[in-house]
Structures are given as structure tokens and as C-alpha cells.
Design a binder for this molecule. Structure first.
Ligand code: GN1
Ligand code: MG
Length: 352
């Protein structure tokens, strides 16, 4: 590890490197030097992201674009160059390493501590929509093709059930049926996108609360991290994935399902933040589809967890045997809760 660290142009000499963050895909480390200065080192998972150069090109294009529009340099991720002036290291075996400046004075939350925190997160992702509105989305590489194409995610789910590699389908019949019952309703947003009724946007696609760095003093958003899945997509994906994760009253892998529900108060707070900032850059139909984005992203993510469970846990990092199944069940619980609160979700969105 030290060998990799020493290839970046750092202030000071590295004195420590520890595991950092809670991502499910990449390996992330915090590096500290004797300067003292902090950096975030990442080994990007190129099984998930095989087009390493395309991915880094997206990150560079997006951060350069945002950098032109901000005052405080902490408001955008900043890559640290290598000693030979590259912005990342790509080695044999498609090993991708990159280093970011640590965002000074920031915190990120795995769960909100107040409605206000979540309103601020809404502002952060709404701001991202606004900052990227004048960037041609088609310039970005589709790093994971069809990432939020729910009908294609269903195809993969069907295949996993048929193959049933680990003989697990029998024990999760109820869970499988839950997703199959909702298949017919899962193609609406993709249909509206393909017909051109919904515009393609630059979207983040992984708008979990813990991807927003907030100022530790003011609790206002500083910058958005985890830009690996930035791609052309729909505004409803970004709104929806944020609600899926952040408006839930429990963790994504909570085992006690009686604790899992979607808070309408948090939903409202996020909607106020998000729509408040991005209103003028969204069309009326886009605003109307935001609640469906929340339901759909939750359904899709739950199905992805269950697919991975059926395939033998090869995609998401797990730290216990049934981790993916637990995650699938929280998402199902949230989808049901949203279905029960559907009329209110629509009403709140019209109000904000
Ligand atoms: C993964 O690595 P992380 O935790 O930021 C996943 C997202 C899922 C999320 C579920 C590239 O994101 O799509 O919504 O886990 N990222 C990828 O927590 O698949
Ligand atoms: Mg992340």
C-alpha cells in the first residue's frame, strides 16, 4: 500500500493508511501525512467498472465543470496528481488507484440526525442537477450500461432464479414473488425516457446520504462524492435513490423489520431541498415522476440485493452470510410502506 501511496504527489510523508468509509463496491483508505494532511485513497473495483479510463474521464469532466461554478474549493472533489503528473494510476490487471483531497472540516452521515440534515442533502443533489444542467449528458461514458434500466435488471433477476446457483431460491420464494408481482409496473420511467417525454440528464445515480459531505460546523452541504456512477439518466433516479436510503428510519441492512419505514417528514424535507434548488431546471413531468423514482429505486435496489444473494454474493460486499437477503428485505418493507403512503407522497410533492 505504501508503495502506491508514495506514487502520489503528497504534502508531507505518509505516516498512516486505514480503511475508510462504508461503500459496497470500492476499497477506500484514509491516508495521513506528517504535514499534517489527509487524503482519501481508492482502489476502484474494475470488475464492476471495467472501463477504468472511461470512468476517470467522466469524473474529470464532471469535477472540472463544477469547479468553474463554485467559490469554496471544498465544494467539488479534487484529484491529487501522481509524481509523474497523472490523475490516476492504472496498472496491469486493470488495477485502478486514485487519490482525492480529504474534504477539510466535513462530516458525512449514514443516517440523518434531523429533518434539516436531509433537507440539506436534498439541496446538495438538487444543486448537482442545476450545476450539470448545461453539460451535454451524451459526452459521458455509460460506465455501467443500463444501470437503472429496471426492466433489464428484471431480466438479470429472472436469470438468477433460473440458474439458482446456490440452491437458495426455495428458501426465498416469498421474496422472489414480491418482486415478480411488481414487474409489470417497473418499466414506466424507462418508457417515458425512451419516448423522449422525459429528458436525459447528467445524474449521479447513487445518491445515498453518505455520499454528501457536509460542513461539520454549519451542517450545510459542501460536496458530493462517489462520482463513479455519474452517467446520463433521469432526475427521478437521483431523487428516488436518496429517498430510498435517507428517508428510511432504519439502516439499509436492519434485521428488525418493524423498525423499517419511510418517514414522510424526511421525504418532505428532502423534496423541499431538492426541488427548491432544481425547480427551474426540471420539467413539469419530471417533477411529477419524482415519487415514482423513490418507489422504483427502492424496488430495483432490493431486487439487485436479492439477485446477488441468489448468485452467491459476488457483487456487493457482505459482512455476514445473509447480508444481501437482509438488505433485500428492508427494501421490500420500504416499497410496501411507500405503496401505503402513495397518495401522501404525491400530495407532498405537489405542495413543495
Ligand atoms: C452500491 O458502493 P456504494 O455503497 O456507494 C451500488 C449502488 C447501490 C448501493 C446500495 C456501483 O453503492 O448502486 O444503490 O451500493 N453501486 C454500484 O447501498 O453498484
Ligand atoms: Mg458511496
Amino acid at each position: 500500500m505504501l508503495e502506491i501511496v508514495s506514487r502520489f504527489r503528497l504534502q508531507g510523508t505518509p505516516i498512516g493508511c486505514v480503511d475508510f468509509g462504508s461503500g459496497h463496491i470500492n476499497k477506500t483508505y484514509l491516508v495521513v501525512t506528517n504535514y499534517p494532511h489527509l487524503y482519501v485513497l481508492q482502489n476502484v473495483n474494475t470488475r464492476t467498472f471495467p472501463d477504468a479510463n472511461g470512468l476517470m474521464r467522466n469524473v474529470i469532466l464532471v469535477t472540472d465543470h463544477i469547479r468553474k461554478k463554485i467559490e469554496d474549493p471544498r465544494q467539488v472533489l479534487q484529484l491529487v496528481p501522481t509524481v509523474d503528473d497523472r490523475l490516476y494510476i492504472l496498472e496491469e490487471g486493470n488495477q485502478l488507484w486514485r487519490m482525492y483531497e480529504y474534504v477539510t472540516g466535513s462530516v458525512c452521515l449514514d443516517q440523518v440526525e434531523s429533518d434539516e440534515d436531509f433537507r440539506q442533502a436534498g439541496k446538495a443533489f438538487g444543486m448537482f442537477q442545476r450545476q450539470m444542467a448545461d453539460f451535454p449528458a451524451e459526452q459521458l461514458v455509460e460506465v455501467i450500461p443500463n444501470f437503472h434500466h429496471t426492466p433489464k435488471r428484471y431480466e438479470a433477476f429472472h436469470q438468477a432464479i433460473e440458474k439458482d446457483k446456490k440452491n437458495r431460491a426455495i428458501e426465498v420464494e416469498d421474496e422472489i414473488n414480491f418482486f415478480l408481482e411488481r414487474e409489470a409496473s417497473a418499466g414506466e420511467l424507462v418508457r417515458l425516457m425512451e419516448s423522449g417525454e422525459l429528458p436525459l440528464r447528467v445524474t449521479h445515480n447513487d445518491t445515498k446520504l453518505n455520499n454528501v459531505m457536509m460542513d461539520e460546523a454549519t451542517r450545510e452541504p459542501l460536496c458530493i462524492v462517489d462520482l463513479d456512477t455519474v452517467m446520463p439518466g433521469l432526475a427521478a433516479y437521483d431523487f428516488g435513490d436518496a429517498i430510498r436510503y435517507g428517508a428510511s428510519e432504519a439502516a439499509e441492512d436492519e434485521r428488525n423489520l418493524s423498525k423499517v419505514r419511510m418517514s414522510l417528514g424526511l421525504y418532505r424535507a428532502f423534496a423541499e431541498g431538492f426541488v427548491g434548488v432544481s425547480r427551474d431546471s426540471l420539467t413539469a413531468l419530471e417533477r411529477e415522476t419524482l415519487p415514482e423514482g423513490a418507489r422504483l429505486m427502492t424496488l430495483e435496489c432490493g431486487m439487485r440485493f436479492l439477485t446477488d444473494y441468489l448468485q452467491g454474493d459476488t457483487y456487493f460486499h457482505i459482512s455476514r452470510p445473509e447480508h444481501n437477503l437482509d438488505r433485500a428485505r428492508t427494501q421490500m418493507t420500504l416499497v410496501r410502506d411507500m405503496e401505503n403512503k402513495w397518495a401522501e407522497m404525491k400530495r407532498i410533492l405537489r405542495e413543495v
